[in-house]
Design a protein around this ligand. Sequence first.
Ligand SMILES: [Zn+2]
Length: 65
Amino acid sequence: MAAAGTRGTTPLDRYRDRLRGTERCGACGTAEAAGEWTTRYRDGRLVYRRVCPRCGGIERREFRL
Ligand SMILES: [Zn+2]
C-alpha cells in the first residue's frame, strides 16, 4: 500500500483521501488499480470522476458543498 503524501486538513481533502484510499471500481471490483480522481465544480457541487485503468469503468461521486 502506498502511503498518503499529504494529509488534508479540510473535510474536502479528507473526502478525497477517502475516495483514493477505499473506493473500488464498481465494474471490476479492483482496488489496487485505482485511477486518479479528477474534480470538477458544478452547480454548487463537487463532482469526482475516475476512470478505472483496468476495465475502463467510470466512477462518479458528488459532494455537496
Ligand atoms: Zn474496473
